[in-house]
Design a binder for this molecule. Structure first.
Ligand SMILES: [Ca+2]
Length: 371
């Protein structure tokens, strides 16, 4: 089946979408990873955005209407596999299997596996059935799958700038989508990982894997799950940091040139070499491994690789008008120029070891350090 569907609805529905007013914002962050730098002032036009990631239920409607077959479900051409001996026996996708104890965090093969049969309706292969989580974000979708859904819905995938602007919810310059502290009033604000990755999932936020969309507070634009839960595809190619300078960074499944070698190349062979920007972090972001449940966080991910922690949401650009009923104003934080506390907090964060960051940012919680 071709990747491009021409079944677009004439008029996209903005039901279950939120109007994101256009404006300028500070894109990126200088405090964390090199791929997020340098901070730049960027302007985006207003647009509608899905209030939450596309769910399994919504993706099912698309598949039933079109007969679409995702990349993870298509037969593998063994001739196209980089290592013939490593070719799996059937279609599948990357599944997070965890580890029995501490492992080398530089080798993501210690927790990711290609599992035959894993796809959007069986994200972990035979372990789960999709009807157990119709309201969870759909995962195991490659870029082409997300683009096909968007095309069918009369929508499109956001650029990185549009996505990050929306994720900030009007809190320009804040570390998280809700402010500078990881938890607010003792509450977890997104689905991430608490404990030592990849073997100790303490589930202090109430969810071990993906969570039903809308389980955590919405941001200033009324958008749910912009960070945590699942990474989300954007339409931007990954070409380096925000200055266009190449940087070494892992993809969303870990620092993985070696992992990529083990993956089957299906369909267009360039899929493994073309990388798009993914945003928002996921339920696998842990303080000892990846501090990326933040609007500025970004990783590269190969177009053709589906994974269990990667989904998407859509936007609608154009002349759509902001509805009268949506009257919330974007919140803003007082910037460092006139707020000494802001500078102090960020300096403390910078000085802290990576493993303790999340916990020191949430001052009511104990500091967690690696043994
Ligand atoms: Ca969690």
């Amino acid at each position: 089946m071709g990747l491009t569907l021409r079944l677009r609805r004439e008029t996209p529905s903005t039901k279950q979408m939120r109007w994101v007013p256009g404006g300028q914002f500070l894109m990126g962050c200088n405090l964390f990873y090199p791929e997020e730098r340098p901070v730049q002032r960027v302007r985006v036009e207003g647009f509608w955005m899905d209030a939450h990631p596309v769910t399994v239920s919504e993706f099912r409607r698309f598949v039933r209407a079109t007969g679409y077959v995702t990349l993870a479900e298509r037969p593998i051409d063994r001739a196209l596999c980089r290592q013939a001996g490593a070719a799996p026996q059937g279609p599948g996708a990357l599944v997070f299997l965890g580890a029995p104890g501490p492992v080398d965090l530089n080798d993501s093969r210690n927790w990711w596996r290609f599992v035959a049969g894993a796809c959007w309706h069986h994200p972990e292969g035979s372990r789960w059935k999709s009807r157990d989580r119709e309201s969870h974000p759909v995962s195991q979708v490659a870029y082409a799958d997300a683009a096909a859904y968007a095309d069918w819905a009369g929508k499109t995938l956001p650029t990185e700038a549009e996505w990050e602007y929306a994720a900030r919810g009007g809190m320009d310059g804040a570390i998280f989508a809700w402010g500078d502290a990881f938890c607010e009033n003792g509450h977890h604000m997104a689905n991430s990982w608490q404990g030592e990755f990849p073997w100790q999932n303490l589930c202090l936020d109430g969810h071990e894997g993906t969570s039903p969309v809308g389980s955590y507070p919405r941001n200033g634009y009324g958008l749910y799950d912009m960070t945590g839960n699942v990474w989300e595809w954007t339409s931007d190619y990954f070409v380096g940091n925000h200055a266009g300078v190449p940087v070494e960074t892992m993809d969303a499944c870990g620092a993985s040139p070696d992992l990529a070698v083990d993956l089957p190349v299906r369909g267009e062979t360039e899929h493994l070499n073309v990388r798009r920007v993914v945003k928002g972090g996921s339920y696998l972001c842990a303080p000892n491994y990846s501090m990326r449940c933040r609007p500025a966080a970004r990783l590269a991910h190969c177009e053709g690789v589906a994974a269990g922690h990667l989904g998407f949401r859509c936007i609608v650009r154009g002349n759509a008008q902001r509805p009268p009923s949506q009257s919330q104003q974007p919140r803003s934080l007082t910037g460092p120029a006139n707020n000494p506390d802001w500078v102090t907090r960020r300096e403390l964060i910078r000085q802290n070891a990576e493993t303790s960051f999340y916990w020191t940012a949430a001052s009511h919680l104990p500091v967690l350090r690696r043994a």
